[in-house]
Write a protein that binds this ligand. Structure first.
Ligand SMILES: [Zn+2]
Ligand SMILES: [Zn+2]
Length: 255
């Protein structure tokens, strides 16, 4: 029961600290991946305070989840079957969970931007204009429960092997922190029809507010025409800047 209560906030904090010290951990070599080179990535006091509140909520939701699993109230399963069908389901169930969460996140996020709800709830998260790792879970408590609430919802309705549920939760927490980290690591990575969102995508959401509501996939924002019109150009620009900076580092004569 307690393992989920510890796992969720501890993993969230681990990713926050990882991206907080990201550049230092790699001896200053990651500075070229900063979305805005002059960007200050240090957190404000309010972001740390709101994050602490969210981590306590994550602990409570985690305990509830663990208690639900232990009592057999969820559809989470422990056995691993080795038939082809079971293995195919095991792998695809992770992607199904991510797709469900992607749609959930988009819809909840649009809901949070309804004027009155934005004013009293979501504006807490948007106090951050220049994102950093500590902004990821800097939420009003209501939003904190809505956001982490997807984990028990998935556990109650989508049959997942327990390890897959751990992977799904870890990926969710990682992407939330990466999206706020202020670093863009995928601008030049393999693009499959630009389906996967970048960190820049959510960075623009904090800058321009009424664009880029999605989390993992760049599908809902395209379907509902909420992608920032300059998003793809901006990804290209950052990608080119990173390539140039890498060349300058490997050949100082270019500077
Ligand atoms: Zn928002
Ligand atoms: Zn955000």
């Amino acid at each position: 029961m307690l393992e989920w209560g510890i796992f969720i906030p501890a993993t969230a904090l681990f990713f926050i600290l990882y991206f907080h010290f990201f550049n230092k951990l790699f001896n200053g070599k990651k500075v070229i991946y900063k979305i805005e080179i002059a960007q200050e990535l240090r957190p404000f006091k309010f972001e740390i305070l709101y994050t602490c509140i969210s981590l306590i909520l994550f602990l409570l939701v985690g305990v509830f989840l663990g208690y639900s699993i232990d009592n057999g109230w969820t559809v989470v399963y422990h056995e691993v079957g080795f038939s082809a069908l079971e293995i195919i389901y095991l792998i695809s169930s992770l992607f199904i969970a991510l797709i469900i969460h992607d749609i959930y996140f988009y819809l909840i996020h649009r809901f949070l931007h309804i004027k009155i709800i934005y004013k009293y709830v979501h504006s807490w998260h948007h106090k951050t204009h220049n994102t950093n790792a500590w902004a990821a879970f800097s939420f009003h408590p209501i939003e904190g429960v809505l956001q982490i609430g997807i984990v028990p919802i998935i556990a109650y309705f989508l049959p997942l092997q327990i390890i897959v549920l751990f992977l799904f939760t870890s990926f969710l927490l990682f992407m939330s922190v990466y999206g706020h980290s202020g670093y863009e690591l995928r601008a030049n990575k393999l693009k499959v029809l630009n389906i996967f969102n970048t960190s820049l995508h959510h960075f623009q959401h904090h800058k321009f507010i009424n664009y880029n509501y999605g989390i993992y996939f760049n599908i809902c924002d395209r379907l509902f025409s909420t992608n920032h019109p300059e998003y793809f150009n901006a990804v290209k620009k950052i990608g080119n800047r990173i390539i140039d900076d890498k060349k300058k580092i490997s050949d100082p004569n270019l500077v």
